[in-house]
Design a protein around this ligand. Structure first.
Ligand code: SF4
Ligand code: SF4
Length: 157
Protein backbone atom coordinates (compact mmCIF):
# COMPACT_ATOMS: atom_id res chain seq x y z
CA UNK A 1 0.00 0.00 0.00
CA UNK A 2 1.39 3.42 -0.90
CA UNK A 3 2.10 5.99 1.77
CA UNK A 4 -0.65 8.17 0.36
CA UNK A 5 -3.14 5.31 0.49
CA UNK A 6 -2.17 4.55 4.07
CA UNK A 7 -2.95 8.14 5.00
CA UNK A 8 -6.21 8.26 3.07
CA UNK A 9 -9.20 7.83 5.34
CA UNK A 10 -7.37 9.03 8.45
CA UNK A 11 -8.55 12.11 10.27
CA UNK A 12 -6.96 15.22 8.72
CA UNK A 13 -3.58 15.75 10.34
CA UNK A 14 -2.00 19.17 10.70
CA UNK A 15 0.67 20.15 8.22
CA UNK A 16 3.99 21.40 9.50
CA UNK A 17 3.43 25.04 8.72
CA UNK A 18 0.56 27.44 8.95
CA UNK A 19 0.74 28.79 5.40
CA UNK A 20 0.28 25.32 4.04
CA UNK A 21 -2.77 24.68 6.19
CA UNK A 22 -5.04 26.36 3.70
CA UNK A 23 -2.58 26.56 0.82
CA UNK A 24 -2.86 30.33 0.69
CA UNK A 25 -0.52 33.22 1.19
CA UNK A 26 -1.68 36.79 1.61
CA UNK A 27 0.13 39.74 0.08
CA UNK A 28 -0.70 43.43 -0.05
CA UNK A 29 -0.93 44.77 -3.59
CA UNK A 30 1.20 47.96 -3.54
CA UNK A 31 -0.96 49.58 -6.26
CA UNK A 32 -4.32 49.12 -4.61
CA UNK A 33 -3.28 48.48 -0.98
CA UNK A 34 -5.71 45.58 -1.10
CA UNK A 35 -4.92 42.14 0.22
CA UNK A 36 -4.31 39.63 -2.58
CA UNK A 37 -4.75 35.98 -1.76
CA UNK A 38 -2.32 33.83 -3.73
CA UNK A 39 -2.27 30.08 -3.92
CA UNK A 40 0.93 28.48 -2.72
CA UNK A 41 2.86 26.37 -5.20
CA UNK A 42 3.61 23.54 -2.78
CA UNK A 43 1.59 21.06 -0.78
CA UNK A 44 2.97 19.90 2.56
CA UNK A 45 0.42 17.08 2.64
CA UNK A 46 2.36 15.46 -0.21
CA UNK A 47 5.76 15.95 1.42
CA UNK A 48 7.64 13.85 3.98
CA UNK A 49 8.36 17.03 5.99
CA UNK A 50 11.84 17.70 4.73
CA UNK A 51 12.02 21.10 6.43
CA UNK A 52 11.42 19.45 9.81
CA UNK A 53 14.75 17.64 9.32
CA UNK A 54 16.80 20.85 9.35
CA UNK A 55 19.57 20.52 11.93
CA UNK A 56 18.77 23.90 13.40
CA UNK A 57 15.11 24.70 13.98
CA UNK A 58 15.44 27.75 16.20
CA UNK A 59 13.21 28.39 19.17
CA UNK A 60 12.63 31.56 21.16
CA UNK A 61 11.83 31.95 24.84
CA UNK A 62 8.19 32.38 23.84
CA UNK A 63 8.28 29.17 21.80
CA UNK A 64 9.63 27.27 24.82
CA UNK A 65 6.93 28.76 27.04
CA UNK A 66 4.26 27.65 24.52
CA UNK A 67 5.63 24.13 24.39
CA UNK A 68 5.86 24.02 28.20
CA UNK A 69 2.21 25.04 28.50
CA UNK A 70 1.21 22.45 25.89
CA UNK A 71 2.89 19.67 27.87
CA UNK A 72 1.94 21.11 31.27
CA UNK A 73 5.60 21.52 32.23
CA UNK A 74 7.65 24.27 33.80
CA UNK A 75 9.57 26.20 31.09
CA UNK A 76 12.98 25.13 32.43
CA UNK A 77 11.87 21.48 32.39
CA UNK A 78 10.54 21.84 28.82
CA UNK A 79 13.78 23.48 27.76
CA UNK A 80 15.89 20.62 29.12
CA UNK A 81 13.57 18.06 27.55
CA UNK A 82 13.01 19.52 24.09
CA UNK A 83 15.84 21.93 23.32
CA UNK A 84 19.46 21.46 22.29
CA UNK A 85 22.21 23.93 21.39
CA UNK A 86 23.28 24.16 17.74
CA UNK A 87 26.03 26.67 16.91
CA UNK A 88 25.14 28.51 20.11
CA UNK A 89 21.42 28.73 19.23
CA UNK A 90 18.52 27.04 21.01
CA UNK A 91 16.93 24.53 18.64
CA UNK A 92 14.52 21.60 18.70
CA UNK A 93 15.98 18.18 19.52
CA UNK A 94 15.87 15.48 16.85
CA UNK A 95 14.96 11.82 16.70
CA UNK A 96 16.26 9.17 14.27
CA UNK A 97 14.47 9.02 10.93
CA UNK A 98 14.63 6.46 8.14
CA UNK A 99 14.09 9.06 5.41
CA UNK A 100 16.35 11.93 6.39
CA UNK A 101 18.61 10.39 9.04
CA UNK A 102 17.26 12.58 11.82
CA UNK A 103 14.20 14.80 12.14
CA UNK A 104 12.45 16.97 14.72
CA UNK A 105 11.36 14.99 17.75
CA UNK A 106 7.79 16.19 17.28
CA UNK A 107 7.19 14.59 13.89
CA UNK A 108 5.00 11.51 13.78
CA UNK A 109 7.26 9.39 11.60
CA UNK A 110 4.38 7.37 10.18
CA UNK A 111 2.04 10.18 9.15
CA UNK A 112 4.88 12.76 8.65
CA UNK A 113 2.77 15.34 10.49
CA UNK A 114 3.58 17.63 13.41
CA UNK A 115 2.36 16.30 16.75
CA UNK A 116 2.52 19.70 18.47
CA UNK A 117 0.86 21.70 15.73
CA UNK A 118 -0.97 24.11 18.04
CA UNK A 119 2.21 24.67 20.06
CA UNK A 120 4.81 24.60 17.27
CA UNK A 121 7.52 27.29 17.25
CA UNK A 122 7.05 30.51 15.34
CA UNK A 123 9.57 29.57 12.65
CA UNK A 124 7.42 26.53 11.81
CA UNK A 125 4.41 28.83 11.37
CA UNK A 126 6.03 31.04 8.78
CA UNK A 127 8.41 28.83 6.78
CA UNK A 128 9.06 28.98 3.80
CA UNK A 129 7.64 32.52 3.67
CA UNK A 130 7.24 32.46 -0.11
CA UNK A 131 4.84 30.80 -2.53
CA UNK A 132 7.46 28.24 -3.54
CA UNK A 133 9.26 25.56 -1.61
CA UNK A 134 12.51 24.42 -3.26
CA UNK A 135 12.28 20.93 -1.83
CA UNK A 136 8.70 20.53 -3.04
CA UNK A 137 9.69 21.64 -6.56
CA UNK A 138 12.45 19.01 -6.57
CA UNK A 139 10.17 16.34 -5.10
CA UNK A 140 7.41 17.02 -7.64
CA UNK A 141 9.83 16.95 -10.56
CA UNK A 142 11.32 13.63 -9.44
CA UNK A 143 7.92 12.07 -8.81
CA UNK A 144 6.75 13.08 -12.24
CA UNK A 145 9.86 11.74 -13.96
CA UNK A 146 10.01 8.56 -11.88
CA UNK A 147 6.26 8.10 -12.53
CA UNK A 148 5.84 7.34 -8.83
CA UNK A 149 3.65 9.68 -6.79
CA UNK A 150 5.24 8.48 -3.53
CA UNK A 151 8.89 8.61 -4.65
CA UNK A 152 11.27 10.22 -2.15
CA UNK A 153 14.72 11.14 -3.55
CA UNK A 154 17.65 10.06 -1.36
CA UNK A 155 15.48 8.14 1.10
CA UNK A 156 17.93 6.32 3.39
CA UNK A 157 15.96 3.10 3.49
S1 SF4 B 1 7.65 21.48 15.73
FE1 SF4 B 1 8.96 20.03 14.63
S2 SF4 B 1 7.55 18.65 13.62
FE2 SF4 B 1 6.38 20.47 14.21
S3 SF4 B 1 6.45 21.81 12.40
FE3 SF4 B 1 8.14 22.39 13.74
S4 SF4 B 1 9.92 21.25 12.99
FE4 SF4 B 1 8.09 20.27 12.15
S1 SF4 C 1 9.73 20.96 2.78
FE1 SF4 C 1 8.28 22.40 1.80
S2 SF4 C 1 6.56 21.17 1.13
FE2 SF4 C 1 7.73 19.96 2.61
S3 SF4 C 1 6.70 20.31 4.58
FE3 SF4 C 1 8.38 21.80 4.38
S4 SF4 C 1 7.46 23.63 3.47
FE4 SF4 C 1 6.03 21.92 3.16
Amino acid sequence: MSRRSELAGQAPAPTPHSYQENGLLSQTDPKTARIKVLKNLYDCLQCPAYCCSYTRIDVTKRDIARLAKHFNLEPDVAERKFIKRVDGHKALRHQKDKIFGTICQFIDKKTRRCTVYEARPSVCRTYPETRRCGYFDFLSWEREHQEDEDFIPYELG
